[in-house]
Design a binder for this molecule. Structure first.
Ligand SMILES: *[C@@H]1O[C@H](CO)[C@@H](O)[C@H](O)[C@H]1NC(C)=O
Ligand SMILES: *[C@@H]1O[C@H](CO)[C@@H](O)[C@H](O)[C@H]1NC(C)=O
Ligand SMILES: *[C@@H]1O[C@H](CO)[C@@H](O)[C@H](O)[C@H]1NC(C)=O
Ligand SMILES: *[C@@H]1O[C@H](CO)[C@@H](O)[C@H](O)[C@H]1NC(C)=O
Length: 569
């Protein structure tokens, strides 16, 4: 027997591992219980610091513990010992980050510690970021921390931009560097009046991340050049195109009350905003003839807590007499902005403000960008990034003038990238709707006609507040979504020859009289229920819908919608 190592069986090993895990868990749980008991008793001592350290080392995503730890540190810190205390804390977070470099809790805590530290060592923090990013350039927590360090240490943004220049120069496919650049650029002119001209105003929904600042045009020109180098080098490199899209969409919509509509008959005020708001929480005040009114703001549909359109009823009799003139102001106190309206004698109502903000400033910069993209497209006619960017540039420059080319490019896009075909359909629908809004404004009409355009979805409905007639016939719509309830002036709706099977949005439309839904997919009586809430509905055309085949449908409809006198089935 001598000389032989005793070999443990697998079962034995498993059993030992299990025991080991159990022991660890027990230790963890008793530490956790001890911490929570200290926390609830407000005991902020060294031992609590020890215990949280022990727990966070194994689980750095335990937010409550980080919070508690900060409380303890604040309690323990003294002027003499502060530097030492927080330097130890930096060492601790560093060890946590070694275990999990993507732990939000650890990065966040490190940021807090750095800002408490009396004598922070920013170069060390920057080099920590460098090390971390060289391991994983997609660690966005680390990029965020780097941005914090740059800001706190006063490293000029221009220097950081040079840093990304260098990285991009060495490899254009560095998505992280482009991304970081997009977060730095808006910091170049934070809030200060910029010597540059206001940048082009691009479509209102384009940009997800502008951080509330505008990038000046000269800087933009430089950026466009940089990014052009990138895609002439490798036209299939996504990262540069993403950045380019960001540059194009950088302009932000102003926060404002875009339109107020007052109806004498309904004794109702409807307010449209340039973004989604929760009106009751945003300090919205209605003043009628100098008197602030006690009103209750409602969104247009019970489904929306946030909406671009809100309405309220005025006290009975306050504006209904057509022989009285009234002045009305809606104040958006949180944003220090308001809109005035005058309701004249002899008028049924009034409307104040622009409905749409899709106006676009043309710039020579974008024009030359479009030319470059055109050149690239000649070399690479199937390049989807280039096609999409061309479309975006055309929209920024002259959406109506380029409408036909845009449609053709969308058609090509769907062919070369069939996987995203429905995305392109929806995007194209959005652009067609924007174009139609523009046309409607130029013509100063309240008729929105967008038939036979392959529309797959509806959007920007908040900008159609004042529209009275809509024609959406011969498209590919599946529903009239709840947002449709924003169309408070709508009288006539035509939506024949679609595939509509849901009418949720035909809800409490105060003026709706005439609805034509021939040849759609309406099959159930319950689908028509929203129409019950439209008080003026008198005409309904349902010919060519499955529902018309139902027995006794005439009588059931008469019962459901008694106000409809002109029913076509
Ligand atoms: C991309 O940029 C990051 C940022 O620091 C850098 O660490 C990484 O090495 C770069 N990647 C390439 C392939 O150049
Ligand atoms: C640039 O980075 C990409 C993605 O990280 C990589 O695939 C490519 O090989 C790099 N090119 C060079 C020249 O380093
Ligand atoms: C609505 O569009 C359809 C399809 O283009 C058309 O046939 C119809 O005449 C239009 N309705 C009105 C009122 O113009
Ligand atoms: C609608 O789609 C069809 C099929 O894809 C296409 O032939 C037609 O040109 C499109 N119409 C418009 C207005 O884009």
């Amino acid at each position: 027997q001598h000389g032989r190592v005793k070999v443990k069986s697998t079962a034995q090993q498993e059993e030992e591992k299990r025991k080991e895990r159990e022991k660890k868990l027990k230790v963890y749980l008793s530490a956790r219980d001890a911490v929570f008991s200290k926390k609830s008793n407000g005991v902020l001592d060294e031992e609590a610091l020890q215990l949280t350290q022990q727990l966070l080392s194994s689980n750095p995503d335990f937010a409550t513990l980080w919070n508690f730890r900060r409380e303890i540190l604040l309690h323990l810190e003294t002027e003499e010992e502060m530097q030492k205390l927080y330097e130890l804390e930096l060492l601790f977070t560093e060890s946590c980050l070694k275990v999990n470099p993507k732990s939000y809790g650890s990065w966040h805590h490190r940021g807090w510690v750095s800002s408490r530290l009396p004598r922070p060592d920013w170069p060390r923090e920057l080099s920590l970021c460098d090390r971390c990013l060289s391991v994983d350039e997609r660690n966005f927590h680390c990029w965020d921390y780097r941005r914090f360090v740059v800001k706190a240490s006063g490293v000029p943004v221009s220097q950081e931009l040079r840093f990304t220049d260098r990285l991009i120069g060495s490899n254009f496919s560095n998505y992280s560097s482009w991304h970081y650049r997009s977060t730095l650029l808006p910091l170049l002119q934070p809030g200060t009046p910029s010597p540059c001209r206001k940048p082009a105003h691009v479509s209102p929904t384009a940009s997800p991340q502008t951080h509330g600042h505008r990038v000046c045009e000269e800087q933009l020109l430089k950026e466009y050049e940089l990014v052009q180098n990138a895609f002439f080098t490798d036209p299939n490199d996504q990262s540069a195109w993403f950045y380019y899209r960001w540059l194009l969409g950088r302009a932000e919509r102003e926060e404002m009350i875009s339109c107020v509509y007052v109806s004498r008959e309904g004794e109702r005020v409807t307010v449209a905003f340039s973004k989604l708001v929760n009106a009751p929480a945003e300090g919205l005040v209605l003043v009628l003839d100098g008197q602030p009114q006690q009103v209750e703001w409602r969104s247009v549909h019970p489904l929306f807590r946030h909406s671009p359109v809100w309405l309220c009823e005025l006290p009975p009799g306050s504006i209904s007499d057509i022989n009285n003139e009234h002045n009305l102001t809606v104040h958006w106190t949180e944003k220090h902005t308001h809109r005035d309206c005058a309701l004249y004698t002899g008028r049924d109502g009034c409307e104040c403000g622009e409905v749409s903000e899709l106006s676009i400033e043309k710039t020579s910069v974008l024009q030359s960008e479009l030319q470059s993209c055109g050149q690239l497209l000649e070399l690479e006619p199937q390049n989807k990034w280039c096609l999409l960017t061309t479309i975006l540039l055309m929209r920024a420059l002259d959406p109506l003038g380029h409408e036909r080319e845009t449609l053709a490019h969308f058609q090509t896009l769907k062919e070369v990238d069939p996987m995203r075909s429905s995305y392109y359909s929806d995007l194209c629908s959005k652009f067609m709707i924007e174009n139609t809004i523009l046309k409607m404004e130029y013509a100063e009409v309240r008729v929105f006609s967008l038939s036979d355009k392959n529309l797959s979805t509806l959007c920007h409905l908040d900008q159609l507040l004042l529209v009275t007639h809509i024609n959406l016939s011969s498209n590919q719509l599946l529903k009239l979504p709840p947002q449709f309830a924003m169309l408070h002036c709508l009288k006539v709706l035509e939506a024949d020859n679609n595939a509509i099977e849901n009418l949720e949005g035909l809800y409490q439309l105060p003026k709706l009289e005439d609805v034509s839904l021939r040849n759609n997919h309406i099959s159930k009586l319950s689908t028509l229920e929203p129409l019950v809430s439209c008080p003026k509905l008198i005409r309904l055309d349902l010919r060519g819908n499955p529902i018309t085949k139902t027995a006794n449908i005439q009588a059931e409809l008469a019962q459901l919608l008694p106000s409809v006198t002109d029913l076509l089935i």
